[in-house]
Design a protein around this ligand. Sequence first.
Ligand code: PLP
Length: 483
Amino acid sequence: MNNGAPHTGHPNDTPDSASRPVSLEKLLRACMRQGLDARHGSATVQDVARHALAEARALAPDFPVWCTDLDRAVAHLQALLASRAGHRPLARVLNLTGTVVHTNLGRALLPEAAIAAVVKAARHPVALEYNLEAGARGDRDDNVADLLCRLTGAEAATVVNNNAAAVLLALAALGAPGEVVISRGELIEIGGSFRIPDIMAQAGCTLREVGTTNRTHPRDYELAIGETTRLLMKAHPSNYRIEGFTAEVDCRALAAIAHDRALPLLYDLGSGALLELGRHGLAGEPTVRSMLEAGVDVVTFSGDKLVGGPQAGIIAGRRELIERIRKHPLKRALRVDKLTLAALRGVLELYLAPDELMQALPLLRTLTRPQPQIEALAARVLSALPGTLTEHFDATVSAMDSQFGSGALPGRRIPSAGITLTPRNGSQRALEHLLNALRRAPVPVIGRIRDGALQLDCRCLETPEDLLVQLAHVADRLPTNTD
Ligand SMILES: *Cc1c(COP(=O)(O)O)cnc(C)c1O
């Protein structure tokens, strides 16, 4: 019997082996009579109907009951279309999670200047690989390399799809086929299945781990370096910290060990700050410049973490090594498109005016927003909360902790504020109804659950109205009795 595609038929119905699936044409006409086209769009209805019927036919001769009867088929399609309604690819959302750079929500937001540059590059031909001065073929890296060098002090730079690609490419070009020496304490895994040992294997390198999880000493590296060693590597531990009885070899000492043996040192920095954030209360992330000055030969970092730009992987360092990386065959497979380069250039240009950067770059503006300002914003939201919401929920303005996210500034709590909504009678169902309704709002609101309450961290909220409009929509749709 059929146990394949979901169907709305009655479980006890046995399909009559003589009955055949309804025709697509008949089904579509019936759907139109029911107004499904008007509600879901005729292209979607056709797609879903065609797909469902094809699946049903594939089960021949045990056709599911729904497809052999026109009324049932329409009901089945109605259910399929309704379940798709919550599927809204790339829907705009309000990020009230307290995580400023949220990988699942698209990381950094672009400044207006970068958005304008993306639109221009999308709409018109651009000199992507064309040197207008020389009237000759150019390299797409040239669109950003000059600024990257100026901002980091590197001799040369190149850009690929993301930092994972940057690490893969740098390892393949500089480490394979041979051994790459790295501390056991730095064999990290980042969310979304980026694991240093796996990337090394994919790059064709042999991993040579040294030291222990918590302590690695200069002599550990020195003893491990041999005939087949091609590269020394360091990786930023990003989303975890080793505390207590620890020791690591800093970049300056490690660079000295590498250069003593004529080996290069690669550092996967992860976030890679382009400027010192200490005076903005965000100390703790080394700048790319300081690592290169300490003797690191090549650094890799993300474009959409602390840089605050588009998804990209930036590789900066010594000219001769960057040239080797750029000439590697994988570079062509991992290169970025014109939209990414336009966005990245737009962001890097803002860094040339550091005094205005804190306001001009959404990431840094959001990250350095003072708590009292966020609290005042939350208070304005609270004072205008719809009554239906406060009937069911205790609403307060409370202190919260934001975090950077994406592995930068690990463990650092950034004082913030927001709205806490606690179900009046501790009802889990009320909370679930609220979460569901928030996800279905015209602009879905994404918060976080703490201790049986919903927290809406207002650090990333631009205006109270942005949230109030959505809450008004939600309040209208909450069930009147949620006990
Ligand atoms: C985030 C991170 C990566 C992965 O970077 P993506 O840009 O997400 O590909 C790699 N290494 C470190 C240390 C990171 O923090």
